[in-house]
Design a protein around this ligand. Structure first.
Ligand SMILES: [Zn+2]
Length: 170
């Protein structure tokens, strides 16, 4: 009974954390696409699908909590443009693999109906259509590094150059 009780407590805690972070995303999150200068071999441009959450740097622990829950993402601090403004911390996830593993399932579960939810759904549908189109044209994107948060092209063993060297020592 003890174990059942504590696992119910854990799942209700996770749900509370999920909806809390979903509320932060509803306010400050952004799902968008970016045109890149990189091209597929048929010359068509690659698009990047980006999820970002920006907060005042003092609220960085919220970004770290979300990154911990999702298991993906990098956090950068932007210096303020004006001296009296706060520095801004930004969590960015731009790997489609990470979106499939984390961004999309998390958002589907914890983003309540609102304008941001509709933005997410359009973005998700555009991402799925983009991938279907790549497959249809025989242009499935290059494999991406499997290290968490990394999105570089694979060099070997499912890892990019940097992570490959780190893993193999050469
Ligand atoms: Zn890597």
């Amino acid at each position: 009974m003890q174990e059942v009780g504590s696992s119910i407590l854990l799942s209700s805690t996770l749900r509370t954390v999920g909806f809390t972070l979903g509320g932060v995303i509803a306010g400050e999150g952004s799902y968008h696409t970016v045109a890149t200068s990189s091209r597929f071999r048929d010359g068509s441009p690659r698009r990047r699908f980006v999820f970002q959450l920006a907060m005042a740097e003092r609220d960085r622990p919220l970004l770290e909590a979300l990154r911990g829950v999702l298991g993906f993402g990098s956090i950068h601090v932007q210096r303020p443009r004006r001296p009296h403004h706060q520095p801004v911390a930004v969590l960015t996830i731009a790997s489609r693999r990470a979106h499939h593993a984390a961004t999309i399932p998390f958002s589907e579960r914890f983003l309540l109906p609102c304008a941001k939810r509709r933005q997410f759904e359009r973005w998700r549908d555009a991402l799925l259509a983009y991938e279907r189109d790549l497959v249809a044209r025989g242009l499935r994107g290059r494999s991406r590094c499997s290290a968490p948060g990394c999105d570089r092209p694979v060099r070997g063993r499912g890892l990019c150059r940097r992570h490959y060297y780190r893993a193999t020592g050469y």
